[in-house]
Design a protein around this ligand. Sequence first.
Ligand SMILES: [Zn+2]
Ligand SMILES: [Zn+2]
Length: 146
Amino acid sequence: MARHAQCECGSFQMVVDGEPVFWGLCSCLSCQRRSGSIVGAAALFSKDGVSVVSGQYKTFVRTGDTGGKLHQRFCPECGTTLSWDPDYVPGFRVVAIGWFADPTFPTPQVAQYERSRHPWFTLPKDLPTFQADASPDEISAVLTKC
Ligand SMILES: [Zn+2]
Ligand SMILES: [Zn+2]
């Protein structure tokens, strides 16, 4: 399934083909600052399926809590962060879910950074949670139970 995604002003657009490897919520303080919201919502896709169809972007590189670099792409016109490449998961690209503007997007599979979640923001019942980043092994264990 191909999904269309665009920044708020519409100048930067991408097509994302295929289903996400997994997707989840993140309450880390960087996701809160990046998104301007209280939680980040993002999906991991195979990099081959994500292509730019129009517009320009700038890249901001930040270092994650575990020392890896994230290369975050944002629209220079409206500032929307659209996607990012974590260098510790080569071959995959993370796409911000809000960018699809699709309320029918599936329910998340994990929630990370419980330690900085706003306490009034409640999660779907039975959603697996992690106090900080989930390791690839922990994510795999969650996915095999789905
Ligand atoms: Zn834009
Ligand atoms: Zn985060």
